[in-house]
Every structure is written in structure tokens, then in C-alpha cells.
Design a protein around this ligand. Sequence first.
Ligand code: NAD
Ligand code: G6P
Ligand code: MN
Length: 434
Amino acid sequence: GVKIVTIGGGSSYTPELMEGFIKRYEELPIREIWLVDIESGKEKLEIVGKMAQRMWDASPYDVKVHLTVDRKEALKDADFVTTQFRVGGLDARVKDERIPLSYGMVGQETNGAGGIFKAFRTIPIILDVVEDMKTLCPNAWLINFANPSGMVTDSIIRYGGWEKVIGLCNVPVGAMMAEPELLGKNLNELIYSFAGLNHFHWHRVKDTKGVDVTSEIIDKMYSNDSGIPANIHDIPFFKEQLKQMNMIPCGYHRYYYRTEEMLENMLEEYNDENVGTRAQQVKKSEKELFELYKDVNLDHKPEQLEQRGGAYYSEAACETIASIYANKNTHIVVSTKNQGSVPDLSPEDVVEVSAYIGAEGARPIAFGTFKTAEKGWLQLMKNMELTVEEAAVTGDYGLALQAFTMNPLIPSGETAKRVLDELLIAHKEYLPQF
Ligand code: NAD
Ligand code: G6P
Ligand code: MN
């Protein structure tokens, strides 16, 4: 039987994972699941952990869910390690959002200054996890969900020297769930090709005869719901721009293509004490979710979880694990080493790309070179991310400032430096490297 270890097991997403594993038990026979959290997360771990066990008990399968704050105990002989932790919790995310916004800059979980600081807090911890894995479960696969998922995954390979890793995001899953309907088709009647970076990818779609139908989807997107995640404000892209690129950008591209309007919306929520930033809203829905999880009669994932931006995350996570285990060669969009699939970036760079997932991991599917405009964005963003990663590992202030200067959502100058300094102080306890 398979041993699964989930770091950050106290997450409200854990029932989502359990549901995905239960659904796939016949192809992925799990023996035990270890949910790992930290001292401050113990209460959440207990509540959601018991809920997870109830889900298995209500299934035909005999799986034991272990709860622990001892990561090393859990990691011993693991087959798959999944990561879904949030260093500093939602309080830290509130700061990532509110501090930049207080200076009139985008304040977002994975973009702009906030996203950079989430990387600064998360990368050192994931590298500790990798060090533990080297001795305790050297053959395990690491399935990363912790954000910023692309930079975290890249760091695992580049700085951790750990190759058996796959990074995930639910955004491509959402697109593939919502779009086929716009054409009156099923997903299996379409061929999807994604490429780019995590939260910065584009995709194209063909029908099974090889005819490009991207432009048709673009047309329909302007009259229908396009399936963007709940956490992103729905400002439409300029249609002329999409038609020109003949690709569909991911929801997060809104922060770059419509910065002015996105910022306006974020500032409105920030200034309205009854609304607040996304993290403040999430705090409320998380509280409601944990109240539900406490109900000893609840033994399945409540539909309220779909209000979270990460809805359907298990479709990616559990399918990836099942595909590795059973060598299924399923098409899944993952963060993995480029290996030439995107010739505009180095073969060693982690990209988010359509790939076949099997026993050997991810085999990225060649996407080809991008046109000039997208190539420019991609190269800037990847090199910005690499600068962030290096700063996260070294704690070099000058590099952090370089990353801020490169980031398109941070206007450079005195104010940017002030935001950097303020965030460094606000997150001091989680940034020993600086
Ligand atoms: P959360 O605030 O509920 O955090 C999950 C758990 O992590 C908490 O119980 C917390 O105590 C624990 N934790 C914190 N530091 C830890 C550490 N050092 N070791 C072990 N556990 C630790 O967060 P969430 O909303 O469930 O999100 C979890 C993570 O998943 C975040 O990083 C979030 O950005 C990410 N996420 C990713 C996607 C994606 O598309 N890849 C989607 C949704 C969420
Ligand atoms: C998803 C993204 C995740 C992100 C989440 C935020 O769409 O893929 O990477 O963490 O949204 O959702 P939340 O409900 O926490 O704002
Ligand atoms: Mn994501």
C-alpha cells in the first residue's frame, strides 16, 4: 500500500484531497495518510484530521489518517509527499496584501510585492522539507501545492537538488472544466496546450482534427462565464489583444494586462471595512468551513469549499499521484523542468506546461516559441522569479530590491523601497535569512 504525507495537513483543503484519493482508490491503493502541521496549527489539524478519517470510514476502504506535528516521524518511508502549507498563516497574507495596497500598489497572494514575500517565507521551509526527505524517504515524489507554486517548485530543483517534484495549480483545471461547454463540446473532444509560468501561463485549443478553435473560445468568453477562480476580480481582457495573440491568458494575467482596473477594484475592497482584502474574506469563509468540519455527522466534502480559489485542486493533485503510481501518462498541466518545451526559456527553468504524467514523472509537451510580446513577458517574469528565489535563499537585500525593481506590478523608486522595508519588518519572524 501507498503512504501519503501531507505537510500543512490542517488546511481547509484537506477534505478536497481525501475526496480525490477515495475516488481513485482502486488505481491508487493507499495504506496510510499522515497529516503534518505545526504547533500553532494543531487545533485545525485535529478538526480537519478527524473529518478526513470520517470520510475514509464512510468509504469502502480501510485507510488510517495519522495526525502529527512531528514532520520527521511522518516522512519516514513516504511514497508521496504533498505540500499545502502557508508560512505565517492568513495573518501573513493579510500583510502581503495590505502593505502594498496602503502605498497604492497591487497587494496579492502570489503577485507583486506580496507574492515575492510569500516566496521569501516559503522557500526556506520547503528546502528544509527536502533535506528531511533526502534521508527519510529518498525515493518519494514531492507534489507541491504551496504558493507561489512555480517559484517554490523551481527552488526545490535548483537549490534543493531534488528532481522528483511536480508543482501544481488548479487554474488550468478550472479552464478545462469551463471552456469546452462554451463550444458545446466535452473535454475529450478538445486538445489543450498550456505553457508559461505558474499563474502566468497561456493556452491554445484544437479540436481532434487539429483545427485551432482558440479564437472561437475567445469569442464565446465575452458572452459567458469563463471559469476564472473565485479569488480574481472579473475584469475582461481587451478582446483585440486576445485575438492578436490567439491564446487565452490565465486569470492572473489580469493583474498585468489590466493593472489599472484591478488595482482600482482591490483598493475599493481594501478601503471598505465591511469587505477587506481577499485574505480577510478568506478568514471568514475558513471559519465557517471549520465550523462545518466540527460536525461529527459530516463525512463528505461540503460544497462551501468551492468558494475558495483552489476549488478542484484534488483533480490535479490526486490525478498526478495516481498517474505516477499507475504510469497512466495522463495529460496534466504541471510546473516542471522545461526541457525544451518552451524554447524561449532555458531547459533547466521550471515552467508550467502541458505534460504527460507517468512513472518517470512529467514529460512536458513541446509548445514551441512564443510571439514577441508574450516572449518578452515570459522572459522578464521568469528572470524576476529567479531573482526572487536567489534572494530567498541568500537573504541578500540588494537582490530583493532588484526583484522589486523588475516586478511589473511594483513601480520602482523610494516608495518601492519603503514597501520592501516595511514588509521585511512585518514578516521578520518568518525571514531569518534576511
Ligand atoms: P492555511 O493557512 O490553511 O495553511 C495550511 C496549514 O499550513 C495550516 O494549518 C498551517 O498551520 C500550516 N503550516 C504553516 N506553516 C507550516 C510549516 N512550516 N509546516 C507545516 N505546516 C505549516 O492555507 P491554505 O489556504 O489551506 O493554503 C495552503 C497553501 O496552498 C498556501 O500556500 C496556498 O497559497 C496554497 N494554495 C495553492 C493553490 C495552487 O493552485 N497551487 C491553490 C490554493 C492554495
Ligand atoms: C487559486 C490559485 C491558488 C490560490 C487560490 C487562492 O485559484 O490557483 O494558487 O492560492 O486561488 O484562493 P483563496 O480562496 O485562498 O483566495
Ligand atoms: Mn494556483
